[in-house]
Write a protein that binds this ligand. Sequence first.
Ligand code: ADP
Ligand code: G6P
Length: 458
Amino acid sequence: MSGTYQFVVVANRLPVDAAEDGGWTRSPGGLVTAVHPIVRRLGGAWVGWTGGADEEAEPFDFDGMHLHPVGLSARDIDRFYEGQSNATIWPLFHDAVEQPVHHREWREAYEAVNRRFADATAALAAEGATVWVHDYQLMLVPAMLREHRPDLRIGFFLHIPFPPVELFMQLPRRADLLRGLLGADLVGFQRPLAAQNFLQLTERLLGLSPKEDRVEVDGRTVTARAFPISIDVDEIEELANDPEVREQARHLRQELGDRRLLLGVDRLDYTKGIEQRLKAFHELLRDGTVTNEEAVLVQVATPSRLRVAQYQQLRDRVELEVGRINGEFGDVGRAPVHYLFQSRDRAELVAMYLAADVMVVSPLRDGMNLVAKEYVAARVDDGGALVLSEFTGAAAELDESFLVNPHDVEDLKRGMCAALAASPQDLAGRMRTMRAVVHEHTVDRWAKEFLDALADVS
Ligand code: ADP
Ligand code: G6P
């Protein structure tokens, strides 16, 4: 059975989530930030989950896209989403910075839900259509889709890191995941090393013979290559030039007095190095390198995966540390850390980017990190400084930032101090160079390069 759509995006989440009032709100995370503007521009269908326990949601049109919900039951959410996707694969693919948990029922649910995504996609895609599958929640979908629909052109992009061979080998049923990905014609990664790890594994686990960026399997060729993702630079610049947003930024600065503003913006996730950032700031205050009169840290932490144990524990640890710092170094009406466990709209985020003297992006591991690129794009004034973890994909492109190893708190402190102490001329030069990089590599270019390569190889 085939459908009518020539272009179909498949991702665990739809670009919008069902809100409590019956409306829709933008879904969290970098995948949606990046892919939404592409599908809006190209048109087509998007297969994904609404974010709720709703097995009956009907397809609907939204913002020029056809959104096709795949229903997840409370049990699917528990086992497929919170379990296998976010307590097994997510930590393992992020260098096991938290211990991955393994359960047979989770793997079974992962397979069953992937099958449902593949079936829904097979029914929507027109003969010979292009299907673009996204991210670690759906790694079995390419092969399942090819089984029914060998006519399709299938691309897969992994938004998160792909682990080193030795780590991947720890996964139960690891060969199935590889075979799942090999159902695609083109498998895209954030970094060249990830593509190499993947190709090496096809040799080690499946006995295939990869050559350069290709591997033959079942009489087909699969190509694996890096396509570093980016942001919609125009959207961020427009907001950064909007007089209301600039006024908001000025207001924020006024509220904080004449203190230097350090900013963190992340989903509350243990990969983001939020605890390390707080620890570094705590030590700077304790050493007297900065004082509560001189500097303030604003940390926006979007609630994320709240029912997963590791995320609950992280929240408790972060909130304890914020309380400790404020208790030890705060004053009435003047806290050293402002912690917002909230989601903010794009305009507000850009106002914060504009107001921040130092943006601290300190993940222990991150596929790309779009926040770093958004900060650079927002600094149309060439102001501000970026402290950036070496363990993000973005570090390969933004090497004029203050690069740090967040596993080493001393190094993180050094980076934060260097950023605070740099001269405006030095900072403007760095920011100009980085802005040129994000201007060159936009999300449109990323999508075009991926889709052109997919058309070439299939
Ligand atoms: P991840 O995909 O792991 O969440 P990224 O940094 O790549 O990390 O992307 C995060 C995206 O979510 C960015 O576009 C960022 O602007 C957005 N975001 C992060 N925190 C918030 C927040 N508190 N409110 C609204 N958007 C946020
Ligand atoms: C990252 C992942 C996405 C995910 C997003 C938000 O960007 O790569 O696949 O959608 O985080 O996480 P959530 O679990 O809320 O979908």
